[in-house]
Design a protein around this ligand. Structure first.
Ligand code: FAD
Length: 402
């Protein structure tokens, strides 16, 4: 085992552990075994019918992987974030797609850290057992985009209920989730000191709300991400479904974003590894002008460069996860991991596309599908520009640019 170790520098932090080698080898192998049952043909079929990989998500749930981060006391495995990152990385490196099940891993963190004991007792064991799906995360809105604090969806308290009106966009998996974590404004922006105040987080039971003011409409998109628009028209949510304190929801969401970025970055590393492996195999077997195409530096060097970039991104993912697991500040590292991994993955995708020549366009090679899918990492869950803005302001001390 190759481990970097240092003492935590925060008063609440633990020791910082970071493995350099093939960490969690048994977990990786177990994930690979599951993924072997879901080859490219399966994913192409799902995409053709704009379907949801229910069988794959069930297999992950049954194996306990989607409950990896839920503490044992609530029926999960209580693994560190790094283990969850390894699971998602390995899914994508095996040619499968983690994005249609990954949200449960990071959304539940908000419930775990900020929910009441009753909420945790009610929901977490059900989620861990796979009887409840918490896969939908409603933050983005059509008119406010990355400027989250300006979101327009309103929740107004009326007795023991909140009445919600507004609209969310790009809410992925809403049609395949029982619960949605929703960010809505409870105090008008004009009445708060800071624009990040007055926002609250709710657990919305989509099964109860659909047909009672809540409508979900699928969005036709470049990739099969099961993403939707969600409309709220006087949707009533019991006040007991408020998470934490009213008005503090923005902080709760921000608190979960580092985990999300580290997990998504690890998925990007996994996709990148898949592209490089596929391209190397192809480059070693495809013969043109009497020799394998991989002998040409114009084919070989972009793959070598992508590999180097992925290794660097992987190191940043591990560093960010180690800090997160040691309960130390990891905002800069989580953002850098997401930035570097999304770009490294894209460079690997481009190299694989070029290596496969015309066959990259043949659906049966899966290159074009994965190439489309991995472009998302530079835009969602947060665009690269906003990551750079964070680094510029909070790490470098430059003036806020947005
Ligand atoms: C397939 C898919 C799935 C998604 N799933 C979810 C989900 O489940 N839940 C959810 O809440 N959201 C989801 N999203 C939304 C996603 O998080 C947003 O699309 C993303 O955060 C960018 O917001 P936007 O699209 O509104 O872009 P905008 O905010 O309109 O930005 C457009 C462009 O302008 C740039 N820009 C804007 N302001 C600045 C500035 N000040 N400086 C520099 N550049 C700037 C951005 O970087 C971006 O490149 C999903 C999106 C997609 C495409």
């Amino acid at each position: 085992m190759n481990v970097l170790q240092s003492e935590g520098s925060q008063s609440d932090g633990g020791a910082l552990l970071m493995e350099l080698g093939n960490d969690y080898p048994e977990l990786r192998e177990a994930v690979q075994r599951i993924c072997a049952d879901f080859p490219g043909e399966y994913w192409r079929g799902i995409e053709e019918k704009e379907g949801y990989p229910a069988e794959f998500v069930s297999a992950l749930t049954e194996a306990g992987y989607l409950a990896a981060l839920i503490p044992e006391a609530y029926g999960g495995s209580g693994l560190p974030l790094r283990a969850a990152a390894v699971i998602l990385e390995e899914i994508n490196a095996s040619g499968c797609t983690a994005s249609q099940g990954h949200a449960q891993m990071y959304i539940m963190g908000t419930l775990l850290r900020h929910g009441s004991e009753t909420q945790k007792q009610v929901y977490l064991p059900e989620i861990a057992a796979g009887r409840l799906r918490l896969q939908a995360f409603g933050v983005t809105e059509p008119t406010t985009g990355s400027d989250t604090t300006q979101l327009k969806t309103r929740a107004v308290r009326k007795g023991d209920r909140y009445v919600i009106n507004g609209q969310k966009v790009w809410t992925s998996r809403a049609l395949y989730s029982d619960l949605m974590l929703l960010l809505a404004r409870t105090t008008p922006v004009e009445e708060v000191k800071k624009r990040s105040d007055g926002l609250s987080v709710f657990l919305v039971d989509l099964r109860e709300a659909q047909g009672r003011g809540l409508e979900i409409s699928p969005i036709k998109a470049m990739i099969n991400h099961n993403t939707t628009e969600v409309f709220f028209n006087d949707v009533e949510v019991p006040a007991e479904n408020l998470i934490g304190e009213e008005g503090k929801g923005f902080r709760y969401i921000v608190d979960g974003l580092n985990a999300e970025r580290i997990l998504v970055a690890s998925e990007a590393v996994g996709d990148g590894r898949w592209f490089v492996k596929r391209a190397v195999d192809y480059a070693n077997s495809r013969r043109v002008f009497g020799r394998t195409i991989g002998q040409n530096q114009a084919i070989q060097f972009p793959l070598a460069r992508a590999h180097a970039e992925l290794e660097a991104a992987d190191m940043m993912c591990r560093r960010a996860a180690a800090l997160f697991d040691a309960r130390q500040h990891c905002g800069a590292e989580a953002n850098m991991a997401k930035l570097l991994a999304s770009e490294a993955c894209w460079h690997a995708a481009e190299a694989a596309m070029q290596t496969h020549g015309g066959f990259a366009f043949a659906k049966e090679y899966d290159i074009e599908r994965k190439w489309r899918e991995c472009r998302l990492y530079q835009i969602a869950p947060i665009s690269s520009n906003l990551v750079l803005a964070y680094l510029g302001q909070h790490v470098l001390g430059l003036e806020r640019s947005y």
